[in-house]
Write a protein that binds this ligand. Structure first.
Ligand code: SF4
Length: 378
């Protein structure tokens, strides 16, 4: 049995979440939303794998039109991920059951409008359509005011941002919401979620290690965080994020359910020795925003090509798009993110330019060799 949770129960259409309800397992369609047959197929694949809820990305009015058709073709519970275009909420709302907004993306548009007013708009849309909300805080896209206020104390910044947004939503008298605080480092995820749960034991929590990467490392990172949190009674729904081909996305659900069963049965896996040492490759799980379908293959090739450097304490981040790629690679030693024809490369904060898909691996190798040489000399 999982330990009891102190959170309140909320509803996403017929799905109860929080308190005594079973922990829900969810995932996200990785296909282009406007490719309706592929996205419907992906939703059905995830549903067949046992997903309680499926998230879809929407960035434009054309995506909303596609979403309306996807809604007609499936009865699955759908959630939409609003990034910078939160103003699409009112168009999206009739076709979904839940909206996710990222507090770190609200400042991009309508700069003169206050955050409180934007949150009030989102809550108003959710209320009018009977939807649940997720306040999705992400370490790679933290709202700038929190970065300035907390400096290097990322965990405190993430937790405070989540707590402040809960207060804004509470003030509006809206209770059907969950909170997620995600990072690619499971240790940070454990710390931040524990601190958040201590501050707001009543608010249901969505667990996730973002950009966990490819199996098996992506599964190990996720398991480290989920075991520690679920066994403390933290986590009402979860998403496993793995960089795998579209057709293998059901693995995210299978892994989520396996971790839940293991924790409930008291079966905990130990972490391989020196797991957090040496080369760390993080990569996003991909979604509708992926700008070239070679992304998953590229992530796999990066892993193979860099195997020679496994002893070095370096982080390489591989992201699928230009929306989140630049921010999500900020903390990496080498960062790559995909465009339609080129892959952008950066070394720490320094932008090294864009390379074709055929040029990127040699360019990455040169930079990696140079970082290794500097580390060895140091
Ligand atoms: S980095 Fe881009 S492509 Fe990857 S999951 Fe995030 S939004 Fe989607």
């Amino acid at each position: 049995m999982l330990p009891p949770r102190t959170t309140r129960t909320i509803h996403i259409r017929g799905l109860a979440l929080g308190g005594p309800s079973p922990v829900a397992v969810q995932s996200m369609a990785a296909t282009r939303t406007q490719d309706i047959p592929a996205t419907v197929r992906q939703v059905k694949l995830l549903e067949a794998a046992g997903a309680d809820l499926v998230r879809v990305a929407v960035d434009s009015k054309a995506d909303v039109e596609a979403l309306a058709e996807i809604r007609r073709q499936t009865k699955a519970l759908l959630s939409v991920d609003l990034q910078e275009n939160y103003r699409l909420a009112e168009l999206v709302a009739p076709h979904v059951d839940k909206l996710r907004y990222n507090p770190g993306h609200l400042h991009h548009h309508e700069k003169e409008r206050s955050t409180q007013s934007k949150v009030a708009y989102l809550v108003g849309v959710a209320r009018a359509h009977g939807l649940a909300l997720r306040i999705g805080v992400n370490a790679g896209s933290l709202a700038p005011e929190y970065e300035q206020r907390f400096g290097d104390d990322h965990v405190a910044a993430l937790v405070q941002c989540a707590v402040d947004h809960c207060a804004m939503v509470d003030e509006l008298g809206f209770t059907d919401y969950v909170v997620s605080i995600k990072d690619s480092d499971p240790r940070l995820v454990i710390d931040a979620n524990q601190r958040f749960a201590a501050a707001r034991p009543d608010v249901p929590v969505h667990l996730g290690v973002t950009e966990a990467g490819m199996p098996p490392d992506g599964i190990i990172k996720t398991r480290i965080a989920f075991e520690q949190l679920l066994s403390r009674g933290i986590g009402d729904t979860l998403r496993v994020s793995l960089t795998v081909p579209f057709d293998d996305k059901g693995l995210e659900i299978a892994v989520g359910r396996e971790i839940l069963e293991d924790v409930a049965a008291g079966r905990f896996r130990s972490v391989p020795p020196r797991f957090f040492e040496g080369l760390n490759i993080i990569s996003c799980p991909s979604c509708s925003r992926v700008e070239n379908e070679r992304f998953v293959e590229l992530a796999q090739e990066v892993k193979q090509m860099t195997a020679y450097a496994k002893e070095y304490d370096l982080t390489i981040a591989v992201m699928g798009c230009r929306v989140n790629g630049p921010g999500e690679t900020d903390d990496a030693d080498l960062g790559l993110w995909c465009g339609p024809k080129h892959v952008n490369l950066k070394r720490g904060p320094e932008d090294l330019g864009a390379f074709t898909y055929d040029q990127i691996l040699p360019a990455l190798r040169r930079e990696l060799d140079s970082l290794i040489a500097a580390q060895t000399a140091g």
